[in-house]
Ligand binder design. Structure first.
Ligand code: ADP
Ligand code: MG
Length: 593
């Protein structure tokens, strides 16, 4: 894209919007903003391909705001987002950009939020509604959201919405909008199901594509650290202690259980930390994010699902404690740092077995991930001593020490010791709570162990399980103990599996529902810890009891006619099967938005 336009003024935006942008401190438009704002102001449909962190929200919100008739209190803009978190963020962004538009109203609507409050606010009128597809459908059905005055419909993170199984809902909503509306679609990829939506519902869309290397990725230093699984926690605390310019860090792990476990351990070591998982209610989740923003928390341990869309500029570091399941998850994770033009650091822990994944990620992001030595015991001690010295200096310059000088003088005369000895004794006392040195190691130190590990063989994406997942390979069928008679829907099942394991939708394949059980395709060779988790995970109050199908069962399942089938996109080819209408699944996915 030509980035020659370097001021918002040149894009045709109105005075109140330019004033608001000056207020929020945006100096110049990002590439996608420069490319999208003029055609959107002119009323064109638009198909935009851009990664996270490129500034898409302002790209669609600014022109939408300019085209509003504020005197009309009916919804004129509807934005669909895959998650509630994103709905809230987009609504907040609208509010920020509209601060000089008196009387402007934006309303986020999403599942899990009180229906009554939403209804009241809808009745009062809103110019812009932002919501998840499920809840928006509910409101259209109840006639509490009328779309006859709709001018613009925005599909934000369309690929994510489709991956989460919202394809039919999105179609349905589009069909319920007036014929003469503008449709704007943003997606990180332009896979076939996205193009299909575009063909069906858009009129000669302008296509805008921003090269994959995003500002966010460029502003993020990426490093990896080879560390054996049992040493990860120690490695993490060493990194947290020694990283320069660490303000707040987001630590990614694979499971909900691990979020809590690691947060507890970090808390025990004195960190202001919280766990963030799909388990938290929306209220608690927002509280955690607020506390992070305000600096009352410095560390968050999260799963991929829970951290989706998180945007806190303070996050200086993303630590991939467990490797992500695919490169896309990796890009999403590191996109949580280096926000708003700041620089960020992403550190990836890899066990020797996982080394091959590195090459896959490097190819996908077209960026090098530099090796980083695990901080040694001496480095940690140096850092602690430096901090101690700083504290001492602050006390010398900032405190009234008259009384304490007298105490020291009396120690010198009574103990017959010199000042250096006395000071050393006092330093010893001062560090008892938090020793300046690490406790002596039992075996070789973990930093040395990491260094002496055999370098992994040539980075080939072909064999490592994680790399296989990344390329969308090998799915296998598993059996779960919930079926039609338990009122389970494919969306419930996908939701529970994704939430519990952090597996992304593209690693969850076809789901067939039978009367009292179902089959689901998941990556072959799931690690034992994940199998165990999914045995216990509940859907509709029933444990899934997940286990691989035996060959005989697999054969029987192929012959049996599923009670209700829902084909999801096979990994790597999102949505190919999604084009076919699932038989009876609408009811199930409606509530979830
Ligand atoms: P995306 O939706 O593409 O992931 P966002 O719209 O969430 O990106 O923007 C990412 C971050 O960049 C936000 O913190 C936003 O406030 C900031 N931002 C967006 N546009 C600009 C700009 N022109 N100048 C400075 N910061 C910007
Ligand atoms: Mg966005």
């Amino acid at each position: 894209m030509t980035a020659s336009i370097d001021s918002f003024g040149a894009l045709g935006l109105s005075e109140p919007l330019l004033a608001a942008l000056a207020d929020v401190g945006y100096e110049s438009p990002s590439a996608i903003q420069a490319a999208c704002i003029p055609p959107l102001l002119a009323g064109h449909d638009l198909l935009g391909e851009a990664q996270t962190g490129t500034g898409k929200t302002a790209a669609f919100a600014l022109p939408a705001l300019q085209r509003l008739d504020l005197a009309l209190r009916d919804p004129q803009v509807l934005v669909l987002t895959p998650t509630r978190e994103l709905a809230i963020q987009v609504a907040e962004a609208f509010q920020r950009y509209a601060r000089k538009l008196p009387g402007f109203q934006v309303l986020p609507v999403y599942g899990g939020q009180g229906m009554v409050a939403q209804l009241r606010q809808l009745q009062r009128g809103a110019h812009v509604v932002v919501g998840t597809p499920g809840r928006v459908m509910d409101h259209i059905n109840r006639k509490t959201l009328r779309l006859d005055t709709l001018q613009t419909l925005v599909l934000d993170e369309a690929d994510e919405m489709l991956r989460m199984g919202f394809v039919d809902d999105v179609d349905w909503i589009l069909e319920h909008t007036p014929a003469e509306r503008q449709v704007v679609l943003f997606s990180a990829t332009m896979a076939e199901p996205i193009r299909r939506i575009a063909r069906r519902h858009m009129r000669k869309p302008q296509e805008i594509r921003i090269q994959a290397r995003t500002a966010t990725v460029a502003a993020t230093v990426q490093k990896y650290c080879q560390v054996a699984a049992p040493h990860k926690l120690d490695a993490l605390t060493r990194v947290l202690e020694t990283e320069e310019s660490l303000d707040a860090a987001l630590i990614f792990v694979r499971t909900k259980t691990a979020t809590v476990e690691i947060a507890d351990k970090l808390e025990a070591r004195g960190y202001a930390v919280a766990a963030l998982s799909g388990d938290l209610t929306q209220v608690l989740r927002e509280r955690v994010i607020d506390q992070l923003k305000q600096g009352r928390l410095d560390l968050i341990v999260a799963t991929d699902v829970a951290a989706r869309g998180l945007d806190v500029p303070r996050i200086s570091h993303v630590i991939n404690y467990d490797v992500p399941y695919d490169t896309e998850a990796y890009v999403h994770r590191i996109g949580r740092t280096g926000r708003a033009g700041r620089s960020g650091t992403a550190i990836l822990f890899v066990t020797p077995r996982e080394m091959r994944l590195l090459g896959t990620i490097e190819r996908a992001t077209r960026q090098k991930i530099e090796p980083m030595a695990l901080p040694s015991r001496a480095a940690v001690a140096d850092r602690r001593v430096a901090q101690f010295r700083e504290q001492v200096e602050q006390v010398i310059t900032g405190e009234d020490l008259a009384f304490f000088r007298e105490v020291v003088r009396s120690l010198v005369s009574r103990e017959d010791a010199n000042l250096e000895e006395i000071a050393a004794a006092l330093a010893f006392l001062a560090q008892r709570e938090r020793p300046l040195q690490l406790p002596p190691a039992k075996g070789p130190d973990i930093a040395d162990a990491a260094r002496s590990m055999r370098p992994a063989p040539a980075r080939s994406p072909s064999r490592a399980p994680a790399a296989k997942l990344a390329e969308g390979g090998a799915l296998q069928r598993y059996r779960i103990d919930v079926g039609r008679q338990h009122q389970a829907s494919p969306k419930d099942i996908v939701g529970a599996i994704a939430n519990e394991t952090g597996l992304s939708g593209r690693n969850i394949g076809r789901i067939d529902l039978f009367d009292d059980y179902s089959t689901v395709e998941l990556p072959a060779q799931l690690p034992a810890e994940i199998l165990e988790l999914l045995r216990r995970t509940r859907v509709r109050q029933r444990p899934l009891g997940l286990r691989p199908l035996t060959p005989a069962e697999a054969e029987a399942a192929v012959k049996a006619k599923p009670a209700g089938r829902a084909k999801r996109a096979p990994a790597g080819k999102p949505g190919k099967a999604g084009a076919r209408k699932p038989a009876a699944k609408k009811a199930g996915r409606r509530g979830g938005g």
